[in-house]
Design a protein around this ligand. Structure first.
Ligand code: ADP
Ligand code: ZN
Length: 211
């Protein structure tokens, strides 16, 4: 079993790249952001509790997210490996994940040069209401404006992709998520990839790491 973990600031391309890796290699993608958004959309009791946290750009509690992740990674539908997008996001989550053993662990840190790139990417991001596919009106536009290439669903902005929330997400990232880079570096499993280049080039670099 292989575990690939993507680390990087919001807008670094974790979701986009994990979608590509999932398809090419047949590993299962586990995006905690997608899972949380699905919960919020379902209007469940827990979803209603999570909504304001996500909209503010804060992290949901470790108990909730760790339980969700553990259930997924031990699912019988995963046989070759899985990709973590958006998890772990702090040291405690990283330690919890390490308790789940795998044959090989690869951690890829997608590094973006500056905050301006991040703001630009997030402010022009659109996701499919139906399948969560990620588009970008500037860098990766859909074939038909406002319509998902994959399933024909309607594209929409994420409610947390606004300037105020992005600022808070970046602050949280720098304060609690960035320190896990060192955790994985010490573990000897960290690879750095420049994420300010094109998606194709990032994918090529990751292919070299995986092979
Ligand atoms: P981003 O595009 O900023 O990487 P995600 O789609 O991964 O955002 O996550 C969106 C929101 O979901 C986060 O701002 C946070 O509120 C919540 N979330 C996602 N993953 C986690 C996690 N591992 N721990 C706590 N909260 C999380
Ligand atoms: Zn779609």
């Amino acid at each position: 079993m292989l575990r690939i973990i993507f680390l990087g600031a919001p807008g670094a391309g974790k979701g986009t790249i994990s979608d590509i890796i999932e398809k090419k290699y047949n590993y299962k993608k586990i995006s905690t952001g997608d899972l949380i958004r699905a919960e919020v959309k379902s209007n469940s009791i827990i979803g209603e509790k999570l909504r304001p946290i996500v909209d503010k750009g804060e992290l949901v509690s470790d108990d909730i997210i760790v339980e969700i992740v553990k259930k997924r990674v031990t699912s019988k539908y995963i046989n070759k490996g899985y990709i973590m997008d958006g998890f772990p996001r702090n040291i405690n989550q990283a330690k919890e994940l390490s308790k789940i053993e795998v044959d090989r662990e690869v951690v890829i840190y997608l590094k973006v040069g500056n905050e301006e790139v991040i703001f630009n990417r997030l402010l022009s991001r659109e996701i499919c209401k139906n399948c969560e596919a990620i588009f970008n009106t500037k860098n990766k536009p859909p074939k038909v404006e406002g319509v998902c290439d994959i399933c024909g669903g309607i594209l929409e902005k994420r409610t947390d992709d606004n300037e105020g929330t992005i600022e808070e997400r970046l602050r949280v990232y720098i304060e609690v998520t960035k320190p896990i880079i060192k955790y994985y570096e010490d573990k000897g499993v960290l690879y750095r990839v420049d994420a300010s280049i094109s998606i194709e080039e990032v994918f090529k670099k990751i292919g070299e790491i995986l092979n």
